[in-house]
Write a protein that binds this ligand. Structure first.
Ligand code: SF4
Length: 380
C-alpha cells in the first residue's frame, strides 16, 4: 500500500526522459520499438510509393485503409495491386500491438489494455458523454512523475511510446465504436507525462489532426501536463492550438512537490508559462486540481489558489481523486469539494467539478495495467 509518508516525501527525483529528437520513443527501454506506418504522413506515404516504383496515388489509398477502414493487414487492402501489397507485406508493418484486455463500466466507459511487441503495455479509454465520445490515451509506459494519487507512476517509467504506438490506441478504440459513432475529443491524460515525449506527441497529433487520419481539430485535443521545466514553452513554440490542461493540485511549491515528486516547474513559473501559452495560441488554459482528503482541500489552499489565478481567464477543474489500488489516499467529502469551489469563485475564477467515470473498471490511469501485470505474475 502506498502512503504519503516521510520516506516518500524525501524520495529522490525520478528520471524523466529527454525528448524532442527522432528516435526518443524508445528512451529507457534499451531497444528501439519498431516503427509502423501509423506514424507516416500523406507525403511520406506518397514518397515511399514513388521510391518503391508505384504511383503516388496509392499513398492516400493505403492511408484510407489504415485510418478509415481500420484494417490491420496489407492483405485486406483489396484495391491495391498485388505487387504493391506484397512489397508492403515484405517491408512494412501497420500495427505494433494487440488489445489483450478490455473492460466496460456500467456508464459505458471502456478501457483497453494494449500490449506492444516488446511486451510493454499501456491503457486507453473511451468515454461516452452526452453528445461526445472522448478517447483518453497514453504517451509512455509508466510515468516518471509519480504523482502520489496515480497508479501509472507506481513503478516509474519504462519507455516512451512511438508516435505510431500513440496513434494505434486511437485506432483500437475506433474499432470498438458502433457504425454511427465517432471519437469527437481526444485527451492525452492516460499513462505518462506527454511533455516528456514531446516529439512523438507532436507527431501523433499531426497524424490525428489530418483529414485522412482521425480528422480531429486541435481544439478537440487536450494535452495534460504536470509541467516539466521548459516543456510548456516548447509546446507553445510548436504553435499547435491544442487545449492545455496543467496539473496544479496545490498552490504552494512544497505541498505540490509532495503530491508530484517528479521534477516540475514552480507554481509561479507554471502560471506564467500558461499565460504565455494563452497569449500565443488564444486557447484558454485549464488547471487541474485533484482533491485528496486531508492533503490539499482546506479553505486556505482554495484561497491561495484563488489569489494566484485571479484575473487570468482560465478554468479550474476540481477532480475528487479516483481511489487507486495500492494507494492509501481517498477523495474528500462532497461538502469539502463544494467549499473549495465556492472559495475559488469568490476570486472570480471559473470552476468545474469533474465527475469520475468508469470507477468499476479501474479508470484511474495505470490501474488496469497494474492489475493485469499483477495477475500475470500470479500476484492476484
Ligand atoms: S497523474 Fe499523469 S503525470 Fe502524474 S504519475 Fe499519473 S500519468 Fe504521470
Amino acid at each position: 500500500m502506498r502512503h504519503l509518508d516521510s520516506e516518500r516525501m524525501q524520495s529522490s527525483e525520478p528520471d524523466g526522459f529527454e525528448a524532442g529528437r527522432p528516435g526518443d520513443g524508445a528512451a529507457g527501454s534499451g531497444r528501439e520499438p519498431p516503427r509502423s506506418m501509423l506514424e507516416w504522413t500523406k507525403e511520406e506515404m506518397e514518397q515511399w510509393c514513388v521510391a518503391s516504383g508505384f504511383p503516388p496515388f496509392h499513398g492516400p489509398q493505403i492511408l484510407r485503409w489504415i485510418h478509415e477502414r481500420l484494417v490491420t493487414s496489407f492483405g485486406e487492402m483489396t484495391d491495391l495491386p498485388t505487387a504493391l501489397r506484397e512489397r508492403l507485406e515484405g517491408e512494412e508493418i501497420i500495427s505494433t500491438g494487440d488489445v489483450i484486455r478490455e473492460e466496460r463500466a456500467a456508464d459505458s466507459t471502456r478501457k483497453l489494455l494494449i500490449r506492444y511487441v516488446d511486451g510493454q503495455s499501456v491503457e486507453c479509454v473511451l468515454i461516452p458523454e452526452a453528445s461526445r465520445i472522448t478517447a483518453c490515451i497514453s504517451t509512455q509506459v509508466g510515468c516518471a512523475v509519480r504523482c502520489v494519487f496515480c497508479a501509472s507512476g507506481l513503478e516509474g517509467v519504462k519507455r516512451n511510446l512511438t508516435a505510431g504506438e500513440i496513434v494505434e490506441q486511437v485506432l483500437a478504440l475506433k474499432r470498438k465504436l458502433g457504425p454511427k459513432e465517432k471519437i469527437t475529443n481526444l485527451v492525452f491524460m492516460g499513462m505518462g507525462e506527454p511533455l516528456h515525449n514531446v516529439s512523438n506527441l507532436l507527431r501523433s497529433i499531426e497524424i490525428l489532426r489530418a483529414p485522412w487520419g482521425a480528422n480531429l481539430g486541435a481544439r478537440r485535443i487536450t494535452v495534460s501536463t504536470s509541467g516539466p521545466p521548459g516543456r510548456i514553452p516548447r509546446l507553445t513554440e510548436a504553435g499547435v492550438p491544442v487545449h492545455l490542461a496543467v496539473s496544479l493540485h496545490a498552490p504552494y511549491d512544497d505541498l505540490r512537490r509532495k503530491l508530484i515528486p517528479g521534477k516540475t516547474s514552480p507554481v509561479a513559473d507554471l502560471i506564467a508559462e500558461s499565460k504565455e501559452f494563452f497569449r500565443k495560441t488564444g486557447r484558454r488554459v485549464t488547471f487541474e486540481v485533484a482533491l485528496i482528503d486531508g492533503l490539499n482541500c482546506e479553505r486556505d489552499h482554495a484561497r491561495s489558489m484563488g489569489k494566484r489565478l485571479k484575473g487570468f481567464p482560465c478554468l479550474v477543474n476540481l477532480i475528487p481523486m479516483n481511489p487507486v489500488e495500492g494507494v492509501a489516499l481517498r477523495p474528500p467529502s462532497t461538502s469539502a469539494v463544494l467549499a473549495y469551489r465556492k472559495e475559488l469563485e469568490s476570486h472570480g475564477v471559473e470552476v468545474a467539478i469533474r465527475m469520475r467515470k468508469g470507477d468499476k473498471i479501474a479508470a484511474a490511469c495505470g490501474q488496469l495495467r497494474m492489475r493485469t501485470d499483477v495477475a500475470r505474475q500470479g500476484g492476484g
